[in-house]
Design a protein around this ligand. Structure first.
Ligand code: C5P
Ligand code: ZN
Length: 470
């Protein structure tokens, strides 16, 4: 059963539809991550189709307080609910917020403002904003009001980019109905599979060596992967190229599944064993209008490509690709992806060579001297397999805007989340305790804090986790 939108939420989307219809000069501010860029692409495609003049800008959360409202209608997507944007409204402004993050204001806040203010957030209607709908999903629901079902595939991408499928390995709630729109329109194919990143393009021997929620003999070790595949009778090559997960037969996948479950069960403490199959399986989402064996065919790989653009301060390249303006953008994407990969490899080597990961009792951290603050999150996730997977890892880097701010990123194994820990909530509390702000997902979250409070932040974090991590 896929859910029907609550009537009151549906009414709010009708109001948003009227706001769009009556505006001629529109500005969209969207978050500069995969979900936010997907949100922007849906809104921009929608506005193009309605023949509405508009400008779009992707920004980070710390920039919202400095904005000035200059347009007839300002739309905030995938951000806004957690920020005091009502403070920048004017008597003549019209503001529409389409967000899914925890809201600061209540449902009827608009009546207290002089300008027109409409905020639509799933949490106002009892819908979970972490697993049931993304920012892009909210934008798609508005596009759907106008009948543009063929933007649904971007709603699927945004949910995957926002890690909304990580609780169960599948899209849930409203995300599922967006997926249904996309499959009904022949845009997306989805089925259960092994959850090994890089289905379409990453050679299996590399994909398996990065399969690293838990450190296994095959982790970061291609020789061990080759031995494992040999033992299972799985060829690593076909037609003169290395095979990827999408090349495997279902028999081969079954053998690989059993082996991975066996390896993981040997490695994890007893209390986690019941979660092991969940680490190994998950639904895939394939975009049927993209060529097979390209990075845009699989939703997870597509979201990495979008992140390569945004984290290298080129979100517009991803926007062009999502909107279908690909002549120049594909070359640019290729260049950015290559540069991104090199940068990651270089920084990971730097962390390893200099042994920068410092263990504390209940967490581990590194200071990524010189690592760009936009990329420290990705790197933090990648070096978890070089540390102790039983503890979360925190990466710090300086924000280069003159203010003495530190960007904080945390990553951990999904096993800790399955066991009930939500680091996004912990991060939000501790960041605000030390004069910063943050939040995010159970297993991937971040914050900005004053640099001088790094030690205090670590001390509080480490002691908060006492008795929780073991
Ligand atoms: O930057 P990073 O990749 O580490 O961010 C991980 C998650 O934490 C993202 O979903 C992001 O939105 C969230 N985050 C947050 N507040 C911050 C920084 C990150 O909610 N100040
Ligand atoms: Zn989002």
């Amino acid at each position: 059963m896929t859910p029907i939108l609550p009537e009151k939420m549906n009414k709010s989307f009708s109001k948003a539809q009227e706001m769009l219809k009556s505006a001629e000069d529109i500005k969209v501010y969207s978050h500069n991550d995969c979900d936010g860029i997907s949100s922007g692409a849906i809104l921009s495609s929608l506005l193009d189709r309605l023949d509405k003049e508009h400008e779009i800008e992707f920004i980070s959360l710390d920039k919202l307080k400095d904005l000035k409202i200059n347009n007839e209608l300002t739309i905030f997507s995938d951000l806004g609910s957690g920020q005091s944007i009502d403070k920048i409204s004017t008597s003549s402004s019209r503001i529409l917020v389409l967000d899914h993050h925890p809201p600061l204001r209540s449902l009827n806040y608009n009546s207290k403002l002089s300008g027109r203010f409409l905020e639509i957030n799933p949490l106002f209607y009892g819908i979970d904003g972490s697993y049931e709908i993304s920012g892009g999903g909210m934008c798609y629901l508005l596009a759907k009001k106008f009948g543009f079902y063929n933007l649904s595939w971007i709603g699927v991408l945004s949910a995957v980019g926002d890690m909304q499928n990580t609780r169960t390995g599948k899209l849930e709630g409203i995300n599922k109905s967006i997926l249904q729109d996309a499959t009904n329109h022949g845009l997306v194919d989805s089925a259960a599979d092994l959850s090994i990143y890089g289905r379409q393009t990453r050679p299996l021997i590399i994909a398996l060596s990065y399969f690293s929620d838990v450190t296994l003999p095959i982790t970061n070790n291609k020789t061990e992967v080759i031995l494992l595949l040999k033992k299972l009778g799985i060829d690593r090559r076909c037609d003169n190229r290395l095979r990827t997960l999408s090349d495997l037969t279902s028999d081969e996948k079954t053998r690989l599944f059993s082996e991975l479950v066996k390896l993981l069960s040997r490695e994890v403490p007893e209390k986690y064993i019941k979660y092991v199959p969940k680490l190994v399986t998950g639904d895939y989402y394939e975009f049927l209008n993209e060529e097979e064996k390209t990075p845009l065919r699989d939703a997870s790989e597509f979201s990495t490509a979008v992140n390569a653009c945004s984290r290298n301060k080129n979100p517009e390249v991803a926007l062009d690709i999502l909107k279908g303006d690909r002549v120049l953008a594909m070359d640019e994407l290729e260049r950015l992806t290559r540069k991104h990969r090199q940068y990651l490899a270089e920084k990971i080597r730097m962390i390893e060579d200099n042994e920068l990961i410092v263990p504390l009792n209940n967490l581990q951290y590194f200071h990524g001297h010189g690592i760009k603050s936009e990329v420290v999150g990705t790197i933090t996730g990648m070096v978890l397999s070089h540390g102790d997977w039983r503890k979360p890892i925190i990466g710090f880097s300086h924000v280069d805007n003159g203010e003495d701010l530190l960007k904080v990123s945390l990553r951990c194994s999904r096993l800790l989340a399955y066991d009930g820990i939500h680091f996004g909530h912990i991060m939000r509390k501790i960041a605000s305790k030390v004069g910063g702000s943050g939040g995010g997902h159970a297993v991937a979250c971040g914050a900005y804090i004053p640099s001088k409070n790094q030690d205090e932040f670590l001390k509080v974090f480490n002691s908060t986790l006492k008795g929780i991590i073991n």
